[in-house]
Each structure stands twice: as C-alpha cells, then as structure tokens.
Design a protein around this ligand. Structure first.
Ligand code: SF4
Ligand code: SF4
Length: 173
C-alpha cells in the first residue's frame, strides 16, 4: 500500500470507505498512479474473475492503452506470444519471421515478443487487428502479477475503466 501521509491524504485512514466521496477515491487513485503502482487484488488471474471484473464498468475507448498515453515509460510495450504473433502475421498478410525480426524478444517470457507502444496497429481510433489482438489487450486494465506460483489480478489505475473497477472492489459492491 502507498504512504498516504506522503501524498497528503492521511485523513482517508480514518474515514470509512462507505463514506468516501468521488474526490476521495480520485485522490487515492492519483496517488497510487503517481507511483506507477497497480493494486493487486486477492483474485487469481483466471478468465472467470477477469470477465466478472471487466463487466462492472466499460472501456471509454480512449485508446490511451494503445497510444501509451497511460504511461511515461518510453519502453512500454504489449506482449504477444508465438501463437498470437502468428495470428497477427496471418491477419495482416505478413510473413511471421519478417514480423518477428522487426520486434524485440520479450526479456523474460519464452517465445514472446514486444509490440512497442504507441502500437503500430492503432490507427484512426481503431485496432487494425482487433479480432486477433494479444491477450494483454483483451484484459486491460487488468493484468496478471505472479506471486507464489499463482497469478493474481492487478488493476491499472491509468484510466477511468480501471478506476471504476477498483472503486467497486474497495466499496465491496
Ligand atoms: S482500457 Fe482504459 S486506456 Fe484502454 S481504451 Fe479503455 S478506457 Fe482507454
Ligand atoms: S494490438 Fe490493438 S488493442 Fe493491442 S495495443 Fe495494439 S492497437 Fe491496441
């Protein structure tokens, strides 16, 4: 958890969440996002949980997660495994080897590549490979974080979709 005192919001420690205003939540989420943190929740990163959480709100279609507008990391990228990259190559009539050569191999995942952000497949407000977009694009703003051999759900607070989801979790709705 972040240091609430450091962010000037220590009053939240003494205020029941049920009485938090939208402004209280916004202050907390701004503080967490400013530390590039994504709160991890006690739910395994499995399809059932992902679908349930994604359904509590909706994507604003801002495209920021494709344009890298949610991060100041200049190396931000989207991971695609071999199967996903093959599907993208087929969808875009590109030779798989040619496509793979243009991309950086993922530092830790085996047989995976990084699609740099802003994404080359984001054009005019749309994903050109929507039907074959990688899993990470399908689950955002939720991502998986490994802990003790189990992958748990982390909620990214860089967009209002993620903030809505986390707010519902905090409120226990
Ligand atoms: S997931 Fe979030 S950042 Fe990405 S398009 Fe939807 S609202 Fe925007
Ligand atoms: S593959 Fe599509 S959804 Fe994923 S980052 Fe690129 S444009 Fe966005």
């Amino acid at each position: 958890m972040i240091d609430l005192d450091k962010h000037g919001i220590s009053y939240l420690k003494f205020k029941p969440i049920s009485s938090w205003s939208d402004d209280d939540f916004a202050k907390l989420f701004d503080a967490i996002a400013s530390e590039h943190a994504a709160p991890v929740v006690d739910l395994p990163f499995i399809a059932e949980n992902i679908e349930a959480l994604l359904s509590v709100s909706s994507c604003r279609q801002c495209g920021n997660c494709c344009k890298a507008g949610i991060t100041d990391d200049e190396n931000a990228s989207v991971m695609a495994d071999k199967e996903e990259l093959e599907a993208i190559a087929e969808e875009t009539n590109t030779d798989f080897e040619e496509l793979a050569e243009k991309l950086t191999k993922h530092a830790t995942a085996k047989d995976a590549w990084c699609l740099p952000l802003p994404c080359m497949y984001y054009q005019d407000g749309h994903c050109l490979i929507y039907n074959v977009r990688p899993k990470v694009c399908r689950t955002y703003p939720l991502t998986g974080v490994a802990h003790d051999d189990i992958s748990y759900i982390a909620v990214n607070l860089g967009c209002d979709y993620g903030r809505d989801i986390y707010k519902r979790l905090l409120k226990g709705d």
